[in-house]
Design a protein around this ligand. Structure first.
Ligand code: PEP
Ligand code: MG
Length: 361
């Protein structure tokens, strides 16, 4: 694994003396976490959980879960997924050694998990004990016209609470195990994606607390944890004061917040944004560097409203912008607590945070 050394490490140490912003990382594998720590990450700001289920050993059970026709079928597929999910979190908690870890509950555009090929249909038909045509029919029924605005994020958790229940159980069991073994308390931060309505957050937070009580009673031990929300829809920013009543932290998901505020598909923007830059309509690609006048103002407003409702509300950013120096300067200006960047951008973020703090001073 690469490591910072020599003059590079010295410059980073100087930067650290001056920065106020904490630097976390977006990491979902043990390797990401190890690398980010070597680069100086002070926690995980976003552990996405979708990709964990693309693993060869899990994709079949995941597809069974998505295509299930009843809660019973879904729960039985989720039972198969629980042990490996618990191991995922355990390894991350072990590597992070008590540093904060924010785990985001499942947020897949559903189409990414649907079977497409004949062999996938056949494999599922065998595993589920139903006809191939029935599998195909269920997959067609689940296909969405606009998956990025469809049945994803917390909507999935509202309709199928058992999915988040499995993930919450895996988080609590892993955190209890690592706390007992390492003697260092693990304090998971559980993050709900794509929230737009306060009741979504309240409903899901209640469900997570119920799972916590069940697991703590089973094991006769407890740990602390917090539940927060991503702010990645304009509506979430507008009702941030209400979200902060139950949300214990906000993390700005600026990839989706840029997509939904500008009404520009994050997957198709490259087709025309170059021309916009060339013609001087915009200065920079808003998916790379924060659109301060639009998305930035929403973040500023949500931060202010959120902290009015909950003065100790923890605020961070976990979209790609968390590793962009100009965006980091804005995060410093409006008083966020941390930025979260992909592992290789952690050193840049440390430097940019120091530069922003010195500029502000
Ligand atoms: C975001 O939307 O900014 C975010 C971090 O989530 P994802 O990129 O996984 O949608
Ligand atoms: Mg998002």
């Amino acid at each position: 694994l690469p490591k910072l050394s020599g003059d590079f490490a010295t410059v980073m140490a100087w930067a650290d003396k001056h920065r106020r912003l904490k630097i976390r990382t977006n990491a979902e594998t043990p390797l990401d976490c190890e690398m980010a720590r070597r680069f100086g990450a002070e926690g995980v700001g976003l552990c996405r959980t979708e990709h964990m289920f693309f693993d060869e050993s899990r994709i079949l059970a995941m597809r069974q879960m998505i295509l299930a026709d009843s809660e019973k079928e879904r729960r039985s597929a989720l039972d198969q997924l629980l042990p490996e999910q618990r191991t995922d979190f355990r390894r991350i908690f072990e590597i992070m050694e008590g540093l904060p870890v924010t785990i985001r509950l499942l947020d897949p555009p559903l189409h990414e998990f649907l079977p497409h090929t004949d062999s996938e249909f056949t494999e599922l038909s065998r595993a589920m004990g139903i006809d191939v045509e029935q599998v195909r029919h269920r997959a067609i029924e689940l296909a969405e016209t606009n998956p990025m605005l469809g049945h994803r994020g917390c909507r999935l958790g509202v309709v199928y609470p058992e999915i988040y229940e499995m993930q919450a159980r895996a988080i609590f069991e892993a955190a209890l195990a690592v706390t007992a073994e390492a003697g260092k308390a693990v304090f998971p931060e559980i993050m709900i994606p794509l929230v737009g309505m306060p009741r979504e957050l309240e409903t899901l937070k209640d469900a997570l607390h119920k799972v916590a009580e069940i697991v703590f009673t089973e094991q006769g031990r407890r740990i602390g944890f917090s539940v927060g929300t991503m702010i990645e829809l304009p509506r979430a920013a507008l009702v941030a004061d209400e979200l902060a009543v139950s949300g214990e932290f906000f993390s700005f998901g600026t990839n989706d917040l840029t997509q939904t505020t500008l009404g520009i598909s994050r997957d198709d923007a490259a087709r025309f944004l170059g021309a916009y830059v060339d013609k001087g309509i915009i200065a920079k690609d808003p998916f790379v560097s924060l659109d301060i006048d639009g998305v930035g103002r929403l973040i500023e407003m949500a931060s202010r409203k959120g902290r009015e409702a909950r003065p100790d509300l923890k605020l961070g950013i976990c979209g790609e912008h968390g590793g962009d120096p100009a965006s980091i300067a804005f995060c410093e200006e409006i008083g966020l607590d941390y930025v979260s960047a992909s592992p290789f951008r952690v050193p840049i973020a440390r430097l940019a945070a120091a530069q922003a703090a010195l500029t502000a001073a």
